[in-house]
Design a protein around this ligand. Structure first.
Ligand SMILES: Cc1ncc(COP(=O)(O)O)c(C=O)c1O
Length: 444
């Protein structure tokens, strides 16, 4: 414990040199009033600087789908060290990873690499604008695509009176964004095909891209309705608009063909990040050859970077994709779907037993907890999700953490939770017991 105290004292001293006292504001867990200070992670567990161990249902914002410290990913990173790191170098590995992604992901005919999800969404929007020679983009209420100027709108807007079929004003969610950016953004309610039809009819000639999370995990976990997704695909194809699936969070949660394979709806371009390299920094822009040709050097859309296709991410991704492609990974008796069922059903039982009103809604390896909402009614729109009880969520997360189970919350956003392939049935049962104990004493 004294080791822990020293660590905390050093941290409290040094954090004065971090802007705002934190290296990324999203690491603050409002249920704790600050970040959980981590020493290390292993498999499904996080080891805190407080000397305590936590079963992890955050997974590094969804990046560690194979769990922490996975041996194959570790070996891949060690291989990069052996290669001398050689940042900014073209090697055989980038092309090999591109070929692997094209094997697995339906829309991928060609690939470009970047470092972060935000960088990928930025590049994809420029790509779509170049390929179509148009400027507007349509995004959806409650969908998060990073924090740059083109997309920092209406990811976590307030509750409003829902009027289906109408476009919504883009609400900027950062200071410092000149109003001119909003003029290029349209916002539609999620799962509302009439609103997309309206956008295409009114703005189709200038609509470069429709961008969406095909499973809206950033609002907890709101799947696309299949007819809606097929409808958007048809509309965008008819109008020559680039359909972009932002699969930075949904990628590999439901299978190696990502959400597009799960729904059997193929976009023109998709973005991958997070789980693709199990926590190593890399993002991917993948799409139809004809659209991808708009990137330089073949096309006019400038896109390059010192760290584009950095070997840490590339080799980690090759190892991760091999692991995720192993037989039984998704459908086996210990696979992602079996663990998901055990966890989601178990959570429903605990909440019912302890009288906690909560809708548990998951698809594949990620899920939402909508406290205060009817457990039996599916959440299909952002506006339904936004009516959740944020205070009860925080009280739950605090109690779970006190009982050794880590969930993350945000101040503004609803948040999303998940598990990794390192979580066994036993780990799930242990977590459920701990969550039961957290709920038993009441959520203060
Ligand atoms: C769907 C989606 N797109 C983009 C991003 C931005 O990714 P990054 O944080 O790597 O910039 C995120 C991050 O949470 C995301 O969930």
């Amino acid at each position: 414990m004294s080791m822990g105290r020293e660590r905390y004292e050093a941290y409290e001293h040094d954090r004065r040199y971090l802007a705002g006292g934190i290296s990324a504001p999203s690491r603050i867990n409002p249920a704790l009033g600050g970040p959980l200070l981590i020493e290390r992670g292993d498999g499904p567990r996080l080891f805190g600087a407080d000397g305590r161990t936590y079963l992890d249902f955050h997974n590094g914002f969804g990046s560690t789908l194979l769990g922490h410290n996975h041996p194959a990913v570790r070996r891949a990173i060690e291989q990069v060290l052996d290669l001398g790191i050689v940042a900014g170098a073209e090697t055989v590995y980038q092309a090999r990873l591109a070929a692997r992604i094209c094997e697995l992901v339906p829309c991928a005919e060609q690939v470009r690499f970047a470092m972060s999800g935000s960088e990928a969404t930025n590049a994809a929007i420029r790509l779509a604008r170049t390929a179509t020679n148009r400027s507007k983009i349509l995004k959806f209420e409650g969908h998060f695509h990073g924090l740059h100027e083109h997309v920092v709108f209406s990811a976590h807007p307030p509750v409003r009176d829902a009027k289906p079929g109408e476009l919504l004003p883009p609400l900027v969610e950062s200071a410092g964004v000149p109003p001119a950016f909003a003029a290029h953004v349209l916002v539609a309610p999620w799962n509302d095909l009439a609103a997309v039809e309206w956008a295409c009819a009114e703005h189709g000639d200038d609509l470069a891209a429709v961008v969406m999370e095909p499973i809206n995990y950033n609002s907890g976990g709101i799947p696309a309705e299949p007819d809606f997704l097929r409808g958007v695909r048809e509309l965008t194809r008819d109008r020559g608009t680039v359909l972009i699936f932002d699969e930075i969070l949904s990628g590999f949660r439901t299978g190696t063909s990502c959400a597009q394979g799960y729904y059997d709806v193929t976009p023109d371009v998709c973005l991958l990040g997070k789980a693709v390299a199990n926590g190593a920094p890399i993002s991917v822009i993948a799409g139809r050859r004809e659209v991808m040709a708009a990137f330089s050097p073949t096309g006019g859309a400038a896109m390059s970077g010192t760290y584009s296709g950095h070997l840490f991410g590339v080799l980690a991704a090759l190892a991760t994709l091999d692991e995720l492609s192993a037989p039984g990974r998704y459908d086996g008796p210990d696979g992602i779907y079996a663990i998901a069922e055990r966890l989601y059903d178990g959570l429903r039982e605990v909440f019912a037993r302890r009288g906690v009103r909560c809708r548990v809604q998951g698809l594949g390896a990620r899920f939402g907890l909508f406290f205060g909402l009817d457990p039996d009614i599916p959440v299909c729109t952002y506006q339904e999700a936004a009516r959740h009880d944020a205070s009860l969520l925080k009280r739950f997360v605090r109690a779970a953490i006190e009982n050794g189970v880590y969930f993350h919350t945000y101040d503004m956003a609803l948040g999303h939770h998940g598990f990794s392939t390192a979580h066994t049935a036993r780990d799930v049962d242990e977590a459920l017991d701990r969550i039961d104990a957290a709920c038993r004493v009441g959520l203060r």
